[in-house]
Design a binder for this molecule. Structure first.
Ligand code: NDP
Length: 445
């Protein structure tokens, strides 16, 4: 049995109760056989076993008092997965589905994504099973303060730098940073990214994941001689990533006809009014069905999973993991999809990925395609440590350059290991090699 297979068996046995984590590891390891064959030093250093074991996992109690005066207890997590190329970096997710397996899969993905950006950031992730939905502003504040009371011991601008993810946007980042600053008694704003502009946030950071996704998809299509302009797009989700991807898609001349939230999806043949969706979901915090009030010709369908039955040229899953399974992948292909761009983390199952690749669908994998968010977070860290601000144009130009360079690195890595134009393999290999080399050069631990 090859080292890749042996290591995978050990990792599966050790993490048997974490299916999402095993799925993420399998997806990466699938691309690594030819790399391991060419690099005996990785086998000697047991790199695969080491890379799949977090350097540190922190699990903590988060008690907070709700508006009725009742004590609530949630669970908090921070996984410092791999610090070989820089301080741990990765978002915080607040969602009731969060448990250690979700944070581990996200942290594992983050290692390679961060390496792909070419910037000095290691991989980490965190969050809580707290559900922000339906909570009052005061409850959100109390939860964030309690969460940071413990988290602050483990993070710092040079050690571990969290950011947002599902359920954690600019509002929560503000409350988290405010508490960190009070406890530390210092203005160390490089400790967290996604901040408001007035206290050290970067211009373009809120837009970066969605914009970056579209820059990447545009580059992937362009490289293959296909125009993005004029294409029909379906996007799942209506949060940070989805709305900014939709905005940029329209700017690039494509038409987004459907978007969703966890209650269902809207279809608007005229092209979705992105400002309206963004206001509804991210400012008023309402359900997406309310879109119909001002857009009476649009349609709403209950149940978010049906969105992939809508014919489109480009599918952009930007909500959550395992959104597109084999059955939905088949439906998309049957309906003529040309390209899939993963805005969310691990939104396609491994079976769906294999099917898309077999059918010659252009697939922009999450590690590469949604790396614009963390890349711009790293740019925010640079601005914070220099204590200056870059203009919108400067950050946007850097973001675009990074997305194009990630595409190029993925293309080259895939080609040099015999995968042809396969960005899934290319992204895995390019990200893995940078981290593996750093680990080998730093010794055995
Ligand atoms: P948001 O919380 O802003 O939005 C999430 C969207 O997805 C909402 O529309 C939400 O619906 C929907 N959604 C979330 N969970 C589920 C679920 N279990 N079932 C159905 N719908 C769901 O999150 P983001 O936009 O920040 O993140 C979306 C994805 O992108 C995640 O996979 C995240 O890890 C990934 N990502 C985010 C980055 C960032 O910079 N924010 C960077 C890189 C990746 P509802 O409002 O009803 O809950």
């Amino acid at each position: 049995m090859s080292y890749v297979k042996e290591a995978l068996e050990r990792i599966k046995a050790r993490n048997a109760s974490e299916p999402e984590f095993i799925q993420a590891v399998e997806e990466v390891f699938k691309s690594l056989e030819p790399v391991i064959e060419k690099h005996p030093e990785y086998v000697k250093a047991k790199i695969l076993d080491r890379i799949a074991e977090p350097e540190r996992q922190i699990i903590f109690r988060v008690p907070w008092v709700d508006d009725k005066g009742e004590l609530q207890i949630n669970r908090g997590f921070r996984i410092q997965f791999n610090g070989a190329i820089g301080p741990y970096k990765g978002g915080l997710r607040f969602h009731p589905s969060v448990y250690i397996g979700i944070i581990k899969f996200l942290g594992f993905e983050q290692i390679f994504k961060n390496a792909l950006t070419g910037l000095p950031i290691g991989g980490g992730k965190g969050g809580s099973d707290f559900d922000p939905k339906g909570k009052s502003e005061d409850e959100i504040i109390r939860f964030c303060e309690s969460f940071m009371l413990e988290l602050q011991r483990h993070i710092g601008p040079d050690t571990d730098v969290p950011a947002g993810d599902i359920g954690v946007g600019a509002r929560e980042i503000g409350y988290l940073y405010g508490q960190y600053r009070r406890i530390r008694g210092a203005f160390e704003n490089g400790v967290i990214t996604g901040k408001g502009i007035v206290y050290g946030g970067s211009l373009i950071r809120p837009e970066a994941t969605g914009y970056g996704l579209m820059y990447f998809v545009h580059e992937m299509l362009n490289y293959n001689g296909v125009e993005l302009a004029g294409k029909t797009i379906v996007i799942s989700g209506s949060g940070n990533v989805a709305t900014h991807a939709a905005e940029k898609a329209h700017e690039l001349g494509a038409k987004v006809v459907a978007m969703s939230d966890s209650s269902g999806y809207i279809y608007d043949a005229n092209g979705v009014d992105v400002d309206a969706v963004s206001r509804l979901k991210n400012v008023e915090r309402k359900r997406i069905s309310e879109y119909l009030k001002d857009h009476p010709t649009a349609e709403f369908t209950e149940g978010w999973q049906g969105i992939w039955s809508i014919p489109c040229d480009v599918a952009l899953p930007c909500a959550t993991q395992n959104d597109i399974d084999l059955e939905k992948a088949k439906l998309l292909v049957l309906n003529g999809v040309l390209a899939v761009g993963e805005g969310a983390n691990m939104p396609c199952t491994n079976e769906a990925i294999t099917y898309f690749l077999e059918k010659g669908i252009y697939l922009a994998p999450a590690k590469a395609a949604n790396a614009g968010g963390v890349a711009t977070s790293a740019l925010e860290m640079s601005q914070n440590s220099q204590r200056l601000y870059w203009s919108r144009e400067e950050v946007d130009t850097k973001l675009k350059g990074i997305m194009i360079s990630i595409h190029q690195h993925a293309v080259e890595a895939a080609e040099s290991y015999g995968f042809g134009y396969n960005l899934v393999a290319g992204a895995n290999i390019a990200g893995f090699k940078r981290v593996a080399d750093a680990m080998v050069q730093q010794g055995k631990y």
